[in-house]
Structures are given as structure tokens and as C-alpha cells.
Design a protein around this ligand. Structure first.
Ligand SMILES: C[S@@+](CC[C@H](N)C(=O)[O-])C[C@H]1O[C@@H](n2cnc3c(N)ncnc32)[C@H](O)[C@@H]1O
Length: 473
């Protein structure tokens, strides 16, 4: 298992090859159980595609798909490890039941509620229910030995109720002007061995909470409060300036979602804020630990892990997402993550969904640009780089592409005033080749028909070679 690497492929298959108890922290943000249709709009604005979710089969369909993946996550975690599952109201209850089964009820730690919307105009508004403005993060530990570093909100940023509480509790000021409070030093349960007199003060009924050695140490450090009345109890002094802040609870309403203006915005529709991941990573791991995100999207968890000195592993089934996060890590940290890909063969290509197929052809193979989907684009899916002529490309995820496709393509490239263009498909019929030959003879148009097999064999480099500007002499 390689760390600081991005694995492209189905996480179930990839995780199954990793050794057990090798990961310190897993954050998983799977595709939600939702009936929404949403648009993917990549940051360069070059590609717009409708994404339909695949859970039309109902919640059982979804949980059945999730279960083996969650079991793999559990297997991979070290005994000291933690698991965070990001979800929304559609599935949180179902996933909680499933995780209780896999991790054990005792290892459930929290349901964190993250306020991801401000709840103004954009919140879904229906007349018969409240608006939804939160996501849930289910937090489980592998065992009772899991790591947990309490996080605090600095006093200056704490909420008003907490500030009022501090004001009420910290009522004393010492000679140096330090504000402090006094705290009980009595043991909550009977401790006969901690029942001793100190400087003439009597112990509480159950004894002290600390040993005589500690009492002496705190006395020397000026951390004990001796009441004037000898019948009173010694108490502990806590200084306000030593308070770390307000311990973070399970309501996270202080981390803002990614807005359209946000600097960290990658244009990935389900992108989460780095601050959210930083909080999770700081809480449940230490420097040098390994963080895994099996549904990595645009790599937010990897960015946060890298920032905090953790090792990381990202997995995503989308080649486009993998490329995007690779680019993001390079831009932010000047690091070249190792991109681990399965073999790119005909079976790999056949499994790609339509927009990934388009990206593979246009971006990976032609190094070109995908065209924006809009009416009047005449079915053109992309263009070769300007330096290679900016020629139109059309992709067809089908076999036996016929004469009419070539015919329509011919009209399109003529309107664009181009002399050359490419059609990519699994195979072409005889009519398609005849039509391309006719276009060449009669119109002087070069319509290159390339099969996926030819692309895989590097045929495209030959085409490019043909159109490279002449070498300067
Ligand atoms: C909600 S997004 C994750 C967003 C991410 N947290 C971020 O901040 O960018 C879910 C991701 O899971 C990926 N995915 C879906 N099925 C997968 C699978 N079987 N294996 C790996 N990744 C998968 C999708 O491609 C998508 O990028």
C-alpha cells in the first residue's frame, strides 16, 4: 500500500488489497442517497453534464452497496483508529444502524451536525416542513483506545453563552491582576487513602481528589486557594488565561460551506471545506499518521492531511476527479502525487460513463479541450489543442457508427470553417468510411475515423505528428 498516492478505481476493489489495521483515520463522503439531479460544472467551465444518481432502487439498494465498503473501512483501521462518515438526512438513520452493526454500538462516538447552508433563500423551502440546512457526520471508533485530541474554539470566538459562563465563573483577581476561579478539590467517591489534613485544613468527607504530593506541588505553584476561615475547604485555582477555549461540541455551525466566491473552490459540486477536514484530522490523528479518503472527489481530505503533516491515500472511481485532485495538490503544495491506475485497456474504457469517456478521448488522448454542452454545438464534444489546429472531435460510445453520423459531422465542421475533424467510436460501418472518403474527394475535408482500439494503440500520436508545426531549421 502506497501512501501520498491517489488510486483511481472502485474503492471496494482497491481497499480489499490494502492490509488490515494499517490506517489511522478514514473520512468517507459517499454519493448521497438523493433523488436530485445535479450538474457537474468543472472549474474551467468546459464541461457540463447532468449526473443522475443511481439509487433509484431505494434505500436498501444504497445500504447494500455501502455495506461491503464500510466493512472494508472497519478492517483497515488500526485499533486506535477512527471513522467519519459524511451523509445527509436521506440516509443517516440507515447508515447509523449499519455502522452500529459493523463497529459495535459501544464504538459509536457522535453524530456531528454540520451547518452547511445559511438557511436563507437558497434553502429548500416547502410549505409543510422546515428547511434543511445541515449534513451529518457519523463518528465511530475502532475500539476504546482510539485517539482523540479535544479541539477548542478560542475564547475570543466562542459563543455568547460560553463567554457569559466564563464571566460568571471567573470572579476573582489575584495580586498580579490575573483573573481566576476556584474549583472543588473534593473526591466524588470515598478515598480513605486521600483523606488527610493539610496546613491545618480538614479534608472533605470523601477525601481529596489528589494525593498529598500533588497538593504540595500545587501549593508551591500557587494553585491552591486557602479560605480565611480554617473550617473552610482548600480549593483549586484555575486561571482564565490558561483556558484553551470552548471545547467543540457536536454542533458545527462555525465552518462555512464553499461559496461561489471561495478561494478553495474547485468547481466540484460536492466539494467540502478544508476547515471541516482539518478539524476531523486534528481530532482523530497525529502527525505522521495515515489518513484515507475512499470517496475523494476533488481531494479536500488530502489537502487538509498534507497541510497537517499526515500521510494520505485518496481513492476515486472518476478519472476526472483523480486528475483534478492531482492538479490541486501540485498547485497548492508543489507535490506530484503518485497516481495509481489500473490497466487502461478496452475494458477500462468500456466501463467509463459518458462524460468520463469524452474526457478520456479529448483530454487524455488528444490533450484537447472538452466543449461546453449547449444548444447549437452541433454535437461537437471537444477540440484538439490550438497548436494542433483546434480541430473538432466527436465521440460516440457505440459500435458500427454509420454514414449519417459522418454526414452530420461534415456539416458541422464546414460551418466551423474547419478542414479536418475526428470521430471516435468503438467501430465504424462501411458506409461511414465511404462517406469520409467522399467528403475528402468532393469537399477536400479530412474526416478522420478512429476506433478506441486505435487510440489505445497510440494511433493518435501519428495524427498529431502529421499536424505539428514544422521544426525550426
Ligand atoms: C460526495 S463526493 C466526495 C467529495 C469530496 N469529499 C470533496 O470534498 O471533494 C463522492 C465521490 O465519490 C466518488 N465515488 C463514487 N463511487 C465510488 C466508488 N465505488 N469508488 C470510489 N469512489 C467513488 C465519486 O466519483 C465522487 O467523486
Amino acid at each position: 500500500m502506497e501512501t501520498n498516492a491517489i488510486y483511481e478505481g472502485d474503492n471496494l476493489e482497491i481497499m480489499s488489497k490494502f492490509p488490515s489495521e494499517s490506517i489511522d483515520l478514514i473520512y468517507a463522503d459517499p454519493p448521497f442517497f438523493s433523488n436530485r439531479q445535479y450538474e457537474i460544472i468543472w472549474n474551467d467551465g468546459a464541461e457540463k453534464r447532468a449526473f443522475q444518481d443511481r439509487w433509484a432502487g431505494g434505500i436498501e439498494h444504497y445500504t447494500a452497496w455501502m455495506e461491503p465498503r464500510l466493512r472494508e473501512c472497519h478492517r483497515l483501521l488500526k485499533e486506535t483508529g477512527s471513522f467519519y462518515l459524511h451523509c445527509d438526512w436521506h440516509a443517516n438513520a440507515h447508515l447509523r444502524v449499519l455502522l452500529d452493526k459493523i463497529f459495535g454500538e459501544n464504538n459509536f462516538r457522535n453524530e456531528i451536525v454540520w451547518k452547511r447552508k445559511t438557511g436563507r433563500g437558497e434553502t429548500q423551502h416547502k410549505s409543510n416542513q422546515f428547511g434543511v440546512c445541515v449534513d451529518y457526520v457519523l463518528f465511530y471508533a475502532k475500539s476504546k483506545n482510539s485517539k482523540f485530541n479535544t479541539q477548542f474554539i478560542p475564547v475570543s470566538e466562542a459563543d455568547e453563552t460560553y463567554k457569559e459562563y466564563l464571566k460568571k465563573m471567573f470572579r476573582h483577581t489575584d495580586k498580579k491582576g490575573r483573573v481566576f476561579r476556584v474549583d472543588n478539590l473534593a473526591s466524588p467517591s470515598p478515598r480513605p487513602n486521600l483523606t488527610y489534613d493539610y496546613k491545618g485544613y480538614k479534608p472533605p468527607a470523601n477525601g481529596w481528589a489528589i494525593s498529598l504530593e500533588k497538593m504540595k506541588k500545587w501549593d508551591k505553584e500557587g494553585r491552591l486557594y486557602f479560605p480565611k476561615n480554617r473550617e473552610g475547604r482548600i480549593q483549586r485555582i484555575r486561571y482564565l488565561d490558561e483556558i484553551k477555549g470552548q471545547p467543540i461540541q457536536n454542533l458545527w455551525d462555525d465552518i462555512r460551506p464553499i461559496s461561489s466566491q471561495s478561494d478553495e473552490r474547485q468547481g466540484y459540486p460536492t466539494q467540502k471545506p478544508v476547515a471541516l477536514l482539518e478539524r476531523i484530522i486534528k481530532t482523530s490523528s497525529n502527525e505522521g499518521d495515515v489518513v484515507l479518503d475512499p470517496f475523494c472527489g476533488c481531494g479536500t481530505a488530502l489537502v487538509a492531511a498534507q497541510k497537517l503533516g499526515r500521510k494520505w491515500i485518496g481513492i476515486d472511481v472518476s478519472p476526472t476527479a483523480c486528475k483534478l485532485m492531482h492538479k490541486r495538490l501540485q498547485k497548492e503544495f508543489k507535490i506530484k502525487a503518485h497516481l495509481v491506475r489500473g490497466e487502461v485497456d478496452i475494458n477500462y474504457v468500456k466501463k467509463l460513463p459518458p462524460f468520463e469517456f469524452q474526457n478520456w478521448v479529448v483530454v487524455d488522448k488528444f490533450l484537447g479541450k472538452v466543449s461546453e454542452r449547449k444548444s447549437g454545438d452541433m454535437g461537437i464534444d471537444g477540440f484538439t489543442p490550438q497548436i494542433m489546429g483546434g480541430f473538432p472531435i466527436q465521440v460516440k460510445q457505440s459500435e458500427d457508427v454509420g454514414r449519417n453520423v459522418v454526414d452530420n459531422f461534415e456539416t458541422a465542421i464546414q460551418r466551423m470553417k474547419k478542414k479536418r475533424g475526428y470521430i471516435i467510436a468503438y467501430s465504424f460501418g462501411k458506409g461511414a468510411y465511404e462517406e469520409a472518403a467522399r467528403a475528402k474527394n468532393q469537399q477536400g475535408l479530412e474526416i478522420v475515423l478512429r476506433t478506441v482500439k486505435e487510440l489505445l494503440e497510440g494511433k493518435i500520436e501519428d495524427d498529431h505528428q502529421h499536424h505539428l508545426p514544422a521544426e525550426p531549421r
